[in-house]
Design a protein around this ligand. Structure first.
Ligand SMILES: *[C@@H]1O[C@H](CO)[C@@H](O)[C@H](O)[C@H]1NC(C)=O
Ligand SMILES: *[C@@H]1O[C@H](CO)[C@@H](O)[C@H](O)[C@H]1NC(C)=O
Ligand SMILES: *[C@@H]1O[C@H](CO)[C@@H](O)[C@H](O)[C@H]1NC(C)=O
Length: 422
């Protein structure tokens, strides 16, 4: 608990609060500036939320030089290529790398080039991850990643990085996790809790005795309990000292939650929400309840982060329509806008739409926002693509080594900034 004890005096608490407010404002202002264009009225299942963008950004001073780091907007910057960059954090032999993400072993042509691009925030530098320092500072700490496979992608990066500097690990499943490891010399535990929607869900079929959904003609679907966390992570808040959440892609996965054949049917307090609401409204309800659940059940002093949506890069169709991601270099800013701007209603507009829901739900909570969306939007070159070894190209997960290493740089930088003032 070394990391959390440090918050016990008043001064660090105050600086923490300051940091949270500044950071939230910065994240929101960033959001406002990238999606301020008029949005299309009927985009997929997620409708843009106009109100969340109309935040006055003048007071944040995001354009001033911020050398102390804590007030830097790390999400605004560009990728710089360094042909001589050496990446020695870990390599393709790390066993925890899921096979389809191991682009070097799978011979992806640019597999070794991906880590030669360095993220340079506009007004400051993102310090590289120092695993030795990290593992010393977070002795006796539990860190939980809670979310979908994209959070696992980030978890694996952290595991491989730390395994390099401390080889003695115990593999186990703490607090219901899908997988987890304790670095024994330091008593540092990291775990991945798998959950697609955060909320509990399961198959639903019409009851012969009737009911409100039956009366409306529903026969099959998925029951999503907006106020009940999925069992895989319900114990995570009382176990971990640092928690990092995500949800997103599964909210529009028509192959599973087909809006006609197997729609999401939302339940609250055990009863169906009537009239039934679309997934974007369900997402708002789930976020509201899950944020409340975490705040109520977390340990004293726990640090909670929510990671923003990871962008996909399907071009020429969606994942099941022959879409692919064959680029070997990051996108230019204008290409990013073409692919992600909401007014184009493109295949990948999900990223910014989901973020609108997250920012709205997190406003006023004391979660920190880990904004990786913008930096990742550039990286059309960093997905496994056809090297993923599946029938369809994987333009959603990320190669490892790869950019979830940079997400972890950002994660660690945030943690370190929170500790300033000890
Ligand atoms: C947006 O794109 C989706 C398919 O990607 C399409 O089904 C939908 O009709 C489009 N919406 C508008 C308003 O063009
Ligand atoms: C990658 O290339 C090596 C050397 O040419 C080969 O042995 C290996 O089978 C290839 N791996 C895949 C997944 O194609
Ligand atoms: C290891 O860390 C956990 C979590 O902070 C703590 O509860 C436990 O007491 C520690 N164990 C030892 C042997 O220090």
């Amino acid at each position: 608990m070394a990391a959390t004890k440090k918050f016990s005096s008043l001064f660090p608490l105050l600086s923490l609060i300051c940091f949270v407010s500044v950071f939230l404002l910065l994240s929101l202002s960033r959001k406002a500036s990238i999606s301020s264009s008029p949005t299309h009225p009927q985009v997929l299942q997620f409708k843009p939320i106009a109100a969340a963008n109309n935040i006055d950004t003048d007071a944040t001073g995001s354009d001033t030089d911020a050398s102390d780091g804590s007030s830097c907007d790390y999400s605004d910057g560009s990728w710089i290529y360094d042909p001589d960059a050496r990446f020695d954090r870990y390599d393709s032999s790390c066993k925890e790398i899921f096979k389809g993400w191991n682009c070097i072993l799978n011979n992806k042509s640019n597999g070794r080039d991906i880590v030669k691009w360095r993220w340079k925030p506009r007004n400051c530098d993102l310090p590289p991850f120092d695993p030795v320092k990290f593992i010393h500072s977070y002795r006796d700490t539990n860190i939980g990643f809670v979310g979908d496979s994209l959070n696992r992608n980030m978890f694996v990066s952290l595991f491989c990085t730390l395994k390099r500097v401390s080889g003695e690990v115990k593999k186990w499943r703490p607090a219901g996790a899908d997988r987890g490891f304790t670095f024994l010399q330091y008593n540092l535990t990291i775990a991945y809790h798998r959950t697609n929607l955060l909320a509990r869900y399961g198959r639903w079929s019409a009851n012969g005795n009737g009911g409100k959904l039956e009366a409306l003609g529903y026969k099959e679907g998925y029951r999503v309990d907006v106020d009940i966390p999925e069992g895989t992570w319900e114990k995570a808040p009382s176990f971990h000292d640092i928690l990092i959440f995500n949800t997103g892609h599964w909210w529009r996965a028509p192959s599973k939650f087909d809006p006609v054949k197997s729609p999401m049917l939302f339940f609250e307090k055990g009863l169906p929400v009537i009239p039934p609401v679309p997934p974007d409204v369900g997402l708002d309800k789930v976020l509201k309840h899950m944020i409340r659940f975490v705040e109520k059940n977390k340990q004293r002093g726990a640090i909670k982060l929510f990671r923003t949506q990871s962008p996909r890069h399907f071009e020429g169709g969606d994942w099941d329509q022959g879409g692919s991601c064959q680029r070997l270099q990051p996108l230019l800013p204008e290409q990013v806008e073409e692919l992600f701007s909401l007014k184009n209603n493109g295949t990948n507009s999900e990223a910014r739409l989901v973020n609108q829901h997250l920012f709205k739900a997190l406003k006023g909570s004391n979660f920190h926002i880990l904004d990786i969306t913008r930096m990742s939007e550039f990286r059309a070159d960093a997905h496994p693509s056809s090297a993923g070894g599946k029938k369809h190209d994987d333009c959603m997960h990320w190669c490892l080594p790869g950019i979830t290493d940079t997400w972890n740089d950002l994660f660690v930088t945030h943690l370190n900034n929170l500790k300033i003032g000890n």
